[in-house]
Design a binder for this molecule. Structure first.
Ligand code: 5GP
Ligand code: ZN
Length: 139
C-alpha cells in the first residue's frame, strides 16, 4: 500500500534498523522503544490487522518472534519478553499494517501495566459468552 509507512519500510523507501528478514517477514527496531531491542515483526504482504493476515504466514511470523525473543535474552539484557499485537485503534493500534511488538523485559521493570481484571457476574454469564463466541466461530 502506497501510503503505508511499514510497506514503505519493506520496499526500502524509508530506512529501518533491520533485525531479521525472510521471504514473508521483516523485523526491525521500533523507533520509540519500550526498552532497547524492542522489535517490530511485520508480514511483508500488507494486512491492516490480524483479520487480514494471509493464511500460511502465521508460522513464519511466530518463528521470527521466537528467534528475536531468544536473541533479546542473549544480548539485550532481557530476562523475558512480551509479544504484543494491537488490532484496530480501539486497542491502541496506530500503524495500520499488522505488526507484533517483541519487547525485552527484566524482572520488576514495570514497562507494561497489567490490564484491569474483572469478574463475570455468574458462571452462567461466563458460559453464555463462551457459547456465543464459539458458535460464531463455528459458523
Ligand atoms: P502500534 O501502536 O500501532 O501497535 O505500534 C506502532 C509502533 O510503530 C510504535 O511503537 C511506533 O514507535 C512505531 N513506529 C511508527 N513509525 C515508525 C517508523 O517509521 N519506524 C519505526 N522503526 N517504527 C515506527
Ligand atoms: Zn502496509
Amino acid at each position: 500500500m502506497e501510503d503505508c509507512i511499514f510497506c514503505r519500510i519493506i520496499k526500502g523507501e524509508i530506512p529501518c534498523s533491520k533485525v531479521y528478514e525472510n521471504e514473508h517477514v521483516l523485523a526491525f527496531l521500533d523507533l520509540n522503544p519500550a526498552a532497547p531491542g524492542h522489535t517490530l515483526v511485520v508480514p511483508k504482504k500488507h494486512a491492516a490487522t490480524l483479520l487480514e493476515l494471509e493464511p500460511g504466514t502465521g508460522d513464519a511470523l511466530l518463528q521470527a518472534m521466537r528467534r528475536i525473543g531468544h536473541a533479546q535474552l542473549q544480548v539485550a539484557g532481557a530476562e523475558g519478553f512480551n509479544c504484543l499485537q494491537n488490532n484496530f485503534p480501539a486497542s491502541g493500534q496506530e500503524v495500520m499494517h499488522l505488526h507484533w511488538h517483541v519487547i525485552p523485559r527484566r524482572a520488576g521493570d514495570r514497562l507494561i501495566d497489567p490490564w484491569k481484571q474483572t469478574k463475570y457476574a455468574s458462571m452462567d454469564q461466563m458460559n453464555a459468552m463462551a457459547e456465543k463466541l464459539g458458535s460464531t466461530i463455528g459458523r
